[in-house]
Design a binder for this molecule. Structure first.
Ligand code: ARG
Length: 461
């Protein structure tokens, strides 16, 4: 069961780990994704050690050259990641030793894998945030363009998925722009808070070496070094914040995906996805399935699960580092990959979907969607209390239902039989176009508002 003792901590060990021990312990299979951050952090640490006179300039030079060589090997695919060396930190260090000899052993002065991994992981999450922010901005641009095109397109607005009041499709799309703007804000906030450098916290207590932590923080574009060594090596709230912001973003995407699924049914018929984003059925030739929307909806489950996973990993851990925390990476990697894919799919679908304005308008007029407009007219023109107007409108809706027609198709005399004060003027508010045009309150659905909101959103970015 045993093989040779580790070259890294072998001093105290006679035998190597059992196969099961190795299997549960090894993380190189996934944490190799931290290679660029690991090497960047090592280079900063090495430069600092030399500046502080903790290692010689000659050793530092050879370490820097060796790290550059390791980076090149990894990026060209020539590097062999080995389970024997457990994780990315020891894989890099072992290869460095092979390349430059004993000087490599000086790199780990005043450092532990605990502050090393916290630093690498923060750098990785920071990069992931920056990439997601670019993608969110791109999707926002797509939504803004489509909202502009459809500032006047009337569709039914729903509550309880029952026809409620007419809205404009542009206004509906702008609702998602608002959500994405807040999503971007959450990631940006998380980025601000995470941007403190753990390097130099060492295993948990700091170190007796005369480090310059300001220098390493600056080298790695952190705002400052972390203030407490125990906290720095043992919290993963930066990863949790990333996942929380990600889970909310995924939920927003899932809701829009659900709407695309509904809108593309023959029953709604509001939207047609391009061939590039539709799939056929192997048995039913008429089918155009919105698989990308369905999968985007499904994938919210993963991201929510990733957040839950890490919350549970962290919840019982005493300070400072525990190996449990090695399990922080896979949920974060999965969430980042999933969000990248979902944002691309959603932006792709929305960018080239075809909108059926006629179907939307017909549906907007069905279900007595302008009943509230009638009630508002009674309040504004007959000075009726709203509660009474609601009641009168209810009776008129019932009449229209009995006659099997829309409100705007009722005869004036029929309406007057319910409320004598109603005049011809009421028909001006009963069409869906007039209904949306009248919703000019700030944040309301009127086409003029949508155009202004698009403009404002473009200027804000
Ligand atoms: N691979 C480890 C992780 O990701 C690195 C830190 C190991 N530290 C330790 N004390 N065993 O958490």
């Amino acid at each position: 069961m045993t093989s040779k003792a580790s070259s890294i901590w072998g001093g105290r060990f006679q035998g190597g780990p059992s196969a099961v021990m190795e299997k549960i312990n090894v993380s190189i299979g996934f944490d190799q994704r931290l290679y660029a951050q690991d090497i960047a952090a090592s280079k900063a640490h090495c430069a600092m050690l030399a500046r502080q006179g903790i290692i010689t300039a000659t050793d530092a030079q050879s370490i820097q050259g060796g790290l550059d060589a390791v980076l090149k090997e990894i990026e060209s695919g020539r590097f062999e990641f080995k389970n024997d060396y457990e994780d990315i930190h020891m894989n890099v260090e072992t290869r460095l030793t092979e390349l430059i000899g004993p000087a490599a052993g000086r790199l780990h002065t005043a450092r532990s894998r605990n502050d090393q991994v916290a630093t690498d992981f923060k750098l990785w999450v920071r990069d992931a945030i920056d990439k997601l922010l670019v993608q969110i901005a791109a999707f926002r641009t797509v939504l803004l363009a489509r909202a502009q095109d459809h500032a006047e397109t009337v569709m039914p607005g729903f509550t309880h998925l029952q026809t409620a009041q007419p809205v404009t499709f542009g206004h509906h799309l702008m609702a998602y722009v608002e959500m994405l703007t807040r999503d971007a804000g959450r990631f940006a906030d998380a980025r601000k808070r995470l941007n403190e450098c753990p390097l130099g916290s060492a295993a948990l207590a700091g170190t007796s070496f005369p480090l310059d932590r300001q220098f390493t923080a600056k080298e790695l574009s952190f705002d400052r070094p972390t203030a407490n060594s125990l906290d720095a090596v043992s919290d993963r709230d930066f990863a949790l914040e990333f996942l929380a912001a990600g889970a909310i973003l995924a939920v927003h995407m899932s809701r829009l995906a659900e709407e695309l699924v509904l809108w593309t049914t023959p029953q709604f018929g509001f939207v047609r996805l391009s061939d590039a984003f539709s799939t056929g059925s192997s048995i039913m030739p008429q089918k155009r399935n919105p698989d990308a929307a369905e999968l985007s909806r499904a994938k919210a489950g993963r991201v929510i699960g990733d957040l839950t996973t890490l919350l549970i990993v962290m919840k019982g851990l005493p300070l400072a580092y525990s190996k449990d925390m090695q399990d922080d990476k896979e949920p974060v990697f999965e969430a980042a990959d999933t969000l990248e894919l979902v944002l691309a799919a959603m932006a792709g679908m929305v960018a080239d979907m075809t909108v059926n304005k006629e179907r939307m308008k017909a549906a907007a007029g069905a279900g007595f969607a302008t009943a509230t407009d009638l009630a508002d007219w009674l309040v504004q023109h007959l000075n009726m209390p709203f509660r009474q107007a609601h009641h009168v409108t209810g009776r008129i809706v019932k009449l229209a239902e009995e006659k099997g027609c829309g409100l705007d198709a009722l005869a004036l005399a029929d309406m007057q039989a319910v409320e004598a004060g109603i005049t011809q003027d009421v028909f001006g508010v009963l069409t869906v176009e007039r209904s949306v045009e009248s919703r000019t309150s700030f944040g309301g659905t009127a086409p003029a508002n949508v155009r202004k909101a698009v403009q404002a959103a473009k200027e804000a970015k």
